[in-house]
Design a protein around this ligand. Structure first.
Ligand code: VTB
Length: 345
């Protein structure tokens, strides 16, 4: 599954990122998302694979494209057996976020990216549309820090693992009212906080790379994005834990107002989640034997450059991670749409 797909999915995220980047700074997040979705889907449907979206733009009735359950790839056609080889006929599950950080893109802020994760059927946790408490940290702290411990305790452990003092740690937290206490606690413990407005996937994965000056991600973001982060962290050996949030008092949104705590527990049960408090680690959220992850920067971020346009083309930077080849590849691509006047080395 890995060899050819690994190359093709680079193009999938590249095309989504380029489409979205054309709308960077235009203030229209829905449009930035829509074009990314369209571009991602179009490129995906040219791949000889039998894919199914397990994390996408929403349920079928609310999302016209890349909805949960949508089949993608040439080998999903009925007569696929006549032109697809056995490898290509293996069913695969795909989690996508064509424009992760739509606000970041719409307002020209750092950290927006096109992202996806792939595994064999059943290899990715079908996350419900809930929030998730998350903890990400570098590989050296894997299994040592724990989302059930306090932030203060985790920072002590993290400092030990990284052989530095707590004030030399940077924790990324999304700037939300729900995190006010957490932020205070982290500061009190002595660590420094980098507040982001959006984009916790990039923040989570950055923890696995030295040099990003990101040592932990703490706080509550969306569960589907948690699975995508987990897929990358599973391949990188980094620490990632997620716990679903079902108490509507913890994250107040117009949608959460409609549900009670008990109602949410019942909804989770219907989806097969009987223990709503369960803590999932990266290996459970992305449990497949083969896990592939790909991302392409839309705006510049800690891991990748954003899309840069020039006369006759564009340049992108992507990251493709595989647990089969044990590689994290940074791919720098020049896309030539018409004959460019010159190419920058
Ligand atoms: C989260 C986070 C994403 O949006 O989904 C966040 O995981 C939404 O949280 O990276 P709020 O509902 O509190 O805004 C992102 O930041 C971007 O999609």
């Amino acid at each position: 599954m890995e060899s050819t797909l690994g190359l093709e999915i680079i193009e999938v995220v590249e095309q989504a990122a380029i489409a979205s980047a054309r709308l960077m700074g235009k203030g229209d997040k829905n449009e930035a998302d829509r074009v990314a979705v369209e571009a991602m889907r179009e490129r995906m449907n040219k791949i000889y694979m039998r894919g199914r979206i397990v994390i996408g733009e929403g349920e079928r009735d609310e999302a016209p494209m890349l909805y949960i359950g949508e089949e993608v790839g040439i080998c999903t056609r009925e007569d696929a057996k006549s032109f697809c080889n056995p490898d290509e006929l293996i069913e695969i599950d795909i989690a996508v976020d064509p424009c992760e950080g739509t606000n970041l893109c719409a307002y020209g802020q750092p950290g927006a990216m096109a992202v996806l994760a792939i595994s064999e059927k059943g290899g990715l946790f079908n996350a419900p549309d809930f929030y998730m408490r998350k903890l990400a940290a570098p590989a050296v702290a894997k299994g040592k820090v724990d989302i059930r411990k306090s932030a203060t305790e985790n920072l002590k452990i993290l400092a030990e693992c990284l052989d530095r003092s707590i004030d030399e740690l940077v924790v990324v937290v999304m700037k939300r009212d729900r995190h006010n206490e957490l932020i205070q606690e982290i500061r009190k413990a002595g660590a420094r906080v980098r507040l982001i407005s959006d984009g916790d996937v990039s923040a989570a994965i950055s923890c696995a790379f030295a040099g990003t000056n990101t040592h932990a991600l703490m706080g509550i973001g969306a569960a589907p994005e948690g699975v995508i982060s987990a897929a990358a962290m599973r391949c990188l050996g980094g620490h990632f834990q997620g716990q679903l949030v079902y108490d509507p008092d913890v994250v107040r949104t117009p949608e959460s107002e409609k549900w009670t705590r008990e109602g949410n527990v019942a909804r989770l049960k219907e989806m097969g989640i009987t223990d709503p408090d369960r803590v999932y680690d990266a290996e459970e959220l992305a449990s497949g034997q083969t896990v592939l992850f790909a991302a392409c920067g839309i705006t510049p971020g800690t891991l990748m450059e954003g899309v840069r346009f020039f006369h006759g083309g564009a340049r992108t930077q992507s990251l493709v991670i595989s647990n089969q080849s044990n590689t994290a590849r940074f791919v720098d691509t020049i896309h030539m749409s018409e004959s460019p006047k010159y190419l920058q080395l």
